[in-house]
Design a protein around this ligand. Structure first.
Ligand SMILES: Nc1nc2c(ncn2[C@@H]2O[C@H](COP(=O)(O)OP(=O)(O)OP(=O)(O)O)[C@@H](O)[C@H]2O)c(=O)[nH]1
Ligand SMILES: [Mg+2]
Length: 179
């Protein structure tokens, strides 16, 4: 009975899809989460632990975990990994110095057993900043084209205006049912 119910539930698209939002501190993860939820910019302070919200896009329910990105918190990201369907990796496109750290974190995540089925959306955030890296530059630096075992997509965005965020969500919804 429970199984039938679960099947019907997933058929009607009401199943919840787990998403983790990761990236270095100050990348804009919490700002993005609350743009998704409320279409507005909230005042943020560095996240200690996590925030979790349900975001519904065209009848698709995402349970989004926004995880603090400070160095001391990164070693506990893996406690959020089980059953994750989507990783949203937020990159601060002006932060050239730390892109190598983002790269290390990305490949560490992709190698993790609990994330082997996860698809990855990379947000090249803060596109409003003068002199920022483009999504193409970030893609090259992160050698995204070498990722063959996870579906991935990079999207430029500005969390302050919301530009680009919907396109990212659309890619995620388009992936559902593919696997
Ligand atoms: N200019 C600009 N600033 C942004 C953008 N997105 C976020 N910010 C700012 O960047 C700062 C950090 O944003 P948060 O959302 O708190 O960053 P976070 O990734 O959640 O950081 P942690 O919780 O420490 O991991 C805030 O001052 C935001 O207003 C953007 O697209 N453009
Ligand atoms: Mg935060």
């Amino acid at each position: 009975m429970g199984l039938i119910f679960a099947k019907l539930w997933s058929l009607f698209g009401n199943q919840e899809h787990k998403v983790i939002i990761v990236g270095l501190d100050n990348a804009g993860k919490t700002t993005i989460l609350y743009q998704f939820l409320m279409n507005e910019v909230v005042h943020t302070s560095p996240t200690i632990g996590s925030n979790v919200e349900e975001i519904v896009v065209k009848n698709t329910h995402f349970l989004m975990w926004d995880i603090g990105g400070q160095e001391s918190l990164r070693s506990s990201w893996n406690t959020y990994y089980s059953n994750t369907e989507f990783i949203i990796l937020v990159v601060d496109s002006i932060d050239r110095e730390r892109l190598s750290i983002t790269k290390e974190e990305l490949y560490r995540m992709l190698a993790h057993e609990d994330l082997r089925k996860a698809a990855v959306l990379i947000f090249a955030n803060k596109q409003d900043m003068k002199g920022c890296m483009t999504a193409a530059e970030i893609s090259t630096y992160l050698t995204l084209s070498s990722i063959k075992d996870h579906p991935w997509h990079i999207q430029s965005c500005c969390a302050l205006t919301g530009e680009g965020l919907c396109q990212g969500l659309e890619w995620m919804t388009s992936r559902i049912g593919v696997r």
